[in-house]
Design a protein. Structure first.
Length: 101
């Protein structure tokens, strides 16, 4: 998994590519901690366009991000999910928790 974080204006974009699973826990949590701690950031967008696979631990990491962001008064959006990822997000009703666009 490759993770790239970009800051622009009031948004941090965390772009993921490859397999999003437990092996990426440390790297992903480090990226989102950096974004959530930044006072200039009001929204963290997780770009899922190039995610080939995600498992239940990835869903758990997204929930942790949501909790940390909420505590810091920031929003989280899951953006550009490919059809497979969008289907998984729909099955677990993540649209109730996250903005998905």
């Amino acid at each position: 998994m490759d993770i790239d974080i970009r800051l622009g204006g009031n948004q941090a974009v965390i772009a993921l590519s490859g397999r999003f699973d437990f092996s990426t826990h440390s790297e992903f949590s480090g990226c989102y901690a950096q974004a959530v701690a930044n006072p200039a950031v009001s929204e963290v967008a997780v770009d899922l366009r190039q995610v080939e696979y995600l498992d239940s631990s990835a869903l758990g990491m997204l929930l942790l991000l949501s909790e940390r962001a909420k505590f810091a008064n920031k929003s989280v959006a899951l953006v550009n999910p490919n059809p497979m990822v969008a289907q998984v997000l729909a099955r677990v009703s993540f649209g109730r928790i996250f903005t998905i666009r």
